[in-house]
Design a protein around this ligand. Structure first.
Ligand SMILES: Nc1ncnc2c1ncn2[C@@H]1O[C@H](COP(=O)(O)OP(=O)(O)O)[C@@H](O)[C@H]1O
Ligand SMILES: [Mg+2]
Length: 338
């Protein structure tokens, strides 16, 4: 059952949070039973048909997963047009966060793991759901940058024998979607691979092509052109590179299932997390030989000042001196002694 929300209970702040090809997204306060709540409203463009709006909120309302944005209900605006009411992502889209901040390697891997879990949930759903427009603009960041959720079900569809071609965004679109009317959930695995590359390289997919109009990108992707893997630098595990290349394989059958993707990322993640803690620890231990460390505080220009030091590092404290730790996100870069 989809919750019907009274338009008058929505205090529209007119603050536009984002926009896409289907609609504009606004911040608002909802006077709900549990008290006022910050939410977002998605208003659709006039040319979008009611049936398309119903399809979008209908599919989203079926889902219930930690890595998929929650639909709180629908409301009718002054023009009797349906608007969607969703939970508010206070950190914005992954696209915004990625290009605005320096985000450490481990956090980026964790986000991709969460994204993979959300996609796997859709692919395991009965009937199976294909998202068909996975990209950083359609991934939202919540809870102090710790949680990623998939949004925008405007292109999503239950798997059918006949699928329309050309659905999605050119840079992230699997070659078979550009040309065929039959494709499978593996089109999302391709888009995930391109997104993963972008998250690790912080570059726009296919920027290396001289001609970046949609049609040309699609043509090049069909011919086997892909983003430059060498743009991913300082990677701690070659397995991530291998996984990205498997995900964007031209032959959709050779792309891994999302379950395998999750397994691979989890494997790299546990190994990398150990390395990450060990690197940070040995950096501090070096200083500990010379100083007694009594407190550790983030440098004032830390990008994510709210983030606590990993438990294991706090454990190294000794009485008597203060050190300032300069870090990028949660990775310690430099230790400054006072
Ligand atoms: N729940 C949300 N919280 C915060 N920002 C959001 C939320 N949903 C969407 N946005 C922002 O609005 C943009 C457009 O929303 P989206 O649902 O993708 O619309 P479209 O179907 O037009 O692409 C997103 O790229 C994102 O930046
Ligand atoms: Mg969108």
């Amino acid at each position: 059952m989809i919750h019907k929300i009274d338009w008058n209970d929505l205090n529209f702040e007119n603050e536009i949070l984002g926009w896409g090809s289907y609609g504009d997204v606004y911040e608002a306060i909802w006077k709900s039973k549990d008290g006022p709540q910050k939410i977002v409203i998605k208003k659709f463009r006039p040319f979008i048909e009611d049936s398309a709006i119903e399809k979008e909120f209908g599919l989203l309302s079926l889902t219930n997963h930690d890595n998929i944005v929650k639909l709180l209900g629908i409301a009718k605006d002054g023009d009797s047009r349906t608007v969607m009411v969703m939970e508010y992502a206070e950190c914005g889209s992954l696209h915004k966060v990625l290009y605005q901040y320096e985000v450490c390697y481990m956090r980026r891997i964790r986000w991709m793991l969460q994204c993979a879990k959300g996609i796997e949930y859709l692919h395991e759903f009965s009937p199976q759901i294909l998202h068909r427009d996975l990209k950083p603009q359609n991934l939202l960041i919540f809870n102090d940058y710790s949680t990623l959720k998939i949004c925008d079900f405007g292109s999503a569809k239950e798997l059918d024998t006949k699928m329309s071609n050309g659905v999605g965004t050119a840079r992230y679109m699997a070659p078979e979607v550009s040309i065929q009317n039959s494709y499978t959930e593996k089109c999302d695995v391709y888009s995930f691979g391109i997104t993963f590359w972008e998250v690790m390289s912080k570059k726009k997919p296919f920027y290396h092509l001289r001609n970046t109009v949609d049609f040309h990108i699609q043509k090049k992707a069909i011919e086997g052109d892909r983003p430059l893997i060498s743009d991913i630098q300082n990677i701690q595990s070659d397995q991530i590179i291998k996984l990205i290349e498997q995900c964007w394989n031209g032959d959709s059958k050779l792309r891994p299932a999302m379950q395998e993707v999750i397994r691979d990322i989890q494997f790299c993640y546990s190994k990398d997390e150990d390395k990450h803690f060990n690197d940070s620890r040995s950096l501090l231990e070096k200083y500990e030989q010379e100083y007694y460390i009594c407190s550790i505080e983030p440098a004032s220009d830390s990008i994510f000042p709210e983030i606590r030091l990993p438990h294991e590092i706090q454990f190294l404290r000794k009485p008597q001196a203060t050190v300032k730790v300069k870090w990028v996100d949660i990775s310690i870069n430099e230790v400054i002694i006072h």
